[in-house]
Design a protein around this ligand. Sequence first.
Ligand SMILES: NC(=O)C1=CN([C@@H]2O[C@H](COP(=O)(O)OP(=O)(O)OC[C@H]3O[C@@H](n4cnc5c(N)ncnc54)[C@H](OP(=O)(O)O)[C@@H]3O)[C@@H](O)[C@H]2O)C=CC1
Ligand SMILES: CC[C@](O)(C(C)=O)C(=O)O
Ligand SMILES: [Mg+2]
Ligand SMILES: [Mg+2]
Length: 341
Amino acid sequence: MAKLHYESDADLSLIRGERIAILGYGSQGHAHAQNLRDSGADVRVGLPEGSRSRARAEADGFQVMAPAEACAWARAIMVLTPDTGQAKLYDEAIAPGLAPGKTLMFAHGFNVRYGLIKAPEGVDVSMVAPKGPGHRVREVFAAGGGVPALFAVHQDASGRARAFALAYAKGLGATRAGVLETTFTEETETDLFGEKAVLCGGVSALVQAGFQTLVEAGYQPEIAYFECFHELKLIVDLMYRGGLTYMRHSISDTAEYGDYTGGPQVINAASREAMKRILREIQDGTYAAAWIQENREGRTWFEAQRAEGRASAIEQVGRELRRAMPFLEPVDLLAPDPAKV
Ligand SMILES: NC(=O)C1=CN([C@@H]2O[C@H](COP(=O)(O)OP(=O)(O)OC[C@H]3O[C@@H](n4cnc5c(N)ncnc54)[C@H](OP(=O)(O)O)[C@@H]3O)[C@@H](O)[C@H]2O)C=CC1
Ligand SMILES: CC[C@](O)(C(C)=O)C(=O)O
Ligand SMILES: [Mg+2]
Ligand SMILES: [Mg+2]
């Protein structure tokens, strides 16, 4: 079994009072900034003039600086901006602020794995990659828990890159859950695979196909939503706490029979072959190149998918049903003026 690192394996004193610049204040940025500040680090946030995130970071009590200024000030720099813009940000704002003894950090290995960012010798390069969405990284930490993370050292000029990455992971709350050592390559390839084939692409396509199958067959959309979407969390919560065994313990034996017979019909040889193809295209760089190209061309296709998803029947039905369940603390990004999240 792989070695997992917990609280006693990391030394929080390495980040206490340490000058850490968090570049970006989005999903991961707000969580890293707030968790590390709560853990004793001296955190400042780097955002461009005119960034939509500035008001929020300032409202949360952070000193916000231009990215280049933040990089010059910090001893450790964590890059939490969108992956496809990081190389430009590195050239323009990060590289000028790097000097021997500084640490450059990432939460995802994309730019290092695909050779888009190459830090100079003398600089430590490491990664702490939470295995969960940023909003949950903050919420779980604030509730006293943590989200697991991977860490990796790409360049260790100081001889203390590994200890610092582990301390950072502890400041983030990840050692409360378990932290695993990896490489930039392993993190990048498994993360891209997981989000594309299973967690985001796979699950979204599965629930939409189930919903559409029922609605097209004449069933009420609200029933299709509860059955194929809402209940998914209730089922996954059981898996999260006690594995497939606990989920199968809680469901009826009729449902369990459906699990064993239906699963292989939906996830069949063709689906497994598609997963292998997805993994090959991640490994050989085809997928990353396509995503970079999509951004260079203005993200037209990507934005069209986003708009189509927002307008879809499952999103419209779900939005209405969630409104009647305030205990879910529904987040309505389809509202004309959505609350900042
Ligand atoms: N989302 C997640 O949960 C996870 C993300 N990661 C990784 O974390 C990194 C950040 O992703 P994520 O949190 O999703 O990003 P988001 O899109 O949620 O947030 C990006 C933030 O960066 C800001 N920003 C954009 N351009 C610049 C720039 N040039 N300089 C400084 N700030 C900038 C944005 O500001 P503005 O508001 O102005 O756009 C925003 O605050 C990526 O490497 C991603 O792969 C890793 C694990 C999980
Ligand atoms: C699953 C998507 C993710 O990899 C994550 C939250 O871990 C991401 O890039 O957002
Ligand atoms: Mg991930
Ligand atoms: Mg990811």
